[in-house]
Unconditional design. Sequence first.
Length: 339
Amino acid sequence: MKKDRLLIMFAMLFGSGFMIAQDTFSIVALDSNTGEVGSAGASCVDLFQTPFSNDDFLGELFPGVGAINSQAYYLGTNQNNAAARMNLGDTPGQIIEWLVANDVSNQPELRQYGIVGFVDGLPQSAAHTGASTDDYKNHITGPNYSIQGNILLGQEVLDSMEARFLNEPGDLACKLMAALQGANMVGADSRCSSNGTSSLFAFVKVAQSTDAPGSPSFLASVRTRNNDGIEPIDSLQTKFDMVHSCLPPEPPLGVGSVSAESFSFSLYPNPAANELTISSDQAYDELSQVEIIDFTGKVVFRSAISTALKISVVGFERGVYFMRIKSDGHDFATKFIKE
């Protein structure tokens, strides 16, 4: 099997086009409220040893339409074909079916794709993980996202990416960056275990519906060399934070409030040392929910709420926490400080 793989790689490198062995963990997603589409990914491939000039080559954005990530024995022609199908109006599922039936080298079992798109104004997703893609391999799809990976440490990489994506209260760029942080573990791409990192390059990009194709409003990327021992996701986070904030608007300290028409809560004291109170002057549906999320994106508290709720924060570490309140179709975020 290993010899066959080498022959395949040699043929593709010097035959019908350059092929990179793998691209490992990635996510595509869209935001139904803003119309944004985005992609993020990372891999233990030394891009300094390849002809790629862009670190974000595996993700392609179609402003206002969708996004496609192409990986695992990557071939640019397959990616171009996927783009053509999206431009023709195919749904994510239809694009996957076409790619499997029309693989450039008739080897769809080697490929992995993640696709999201707006279909009649609603989000759809689809993914494909070929049976011969290197283990560990899998994908996870949700209504507006697809997360996929191969040569992974294990399923925990994908699960962590999904949890961080879903728990991040910020915008799409913040959610994608959080997803990458979910894979920030040594050997997430198992080839990078000896390097002491998750990967060798990482990127995140987001296009607004008004952006020109190929010119996303937000793009940040990092590439490192093999044996540098530099974690690219941490380096990417530093670049990301310099140009984009994921913090919600600052609430006034002492008494914070989250409100809108027919929706109003207060939280106090802020900062809090022992106990935090959330209260409202009106009753809400029992399905109303409050979540507290730490700075790593982990949900550390979740509870239903009606008119008031007292939360012990004695066991919380000192620092900044995000609070997310969902009620009556509203979803608001604020933050508080644990003294």
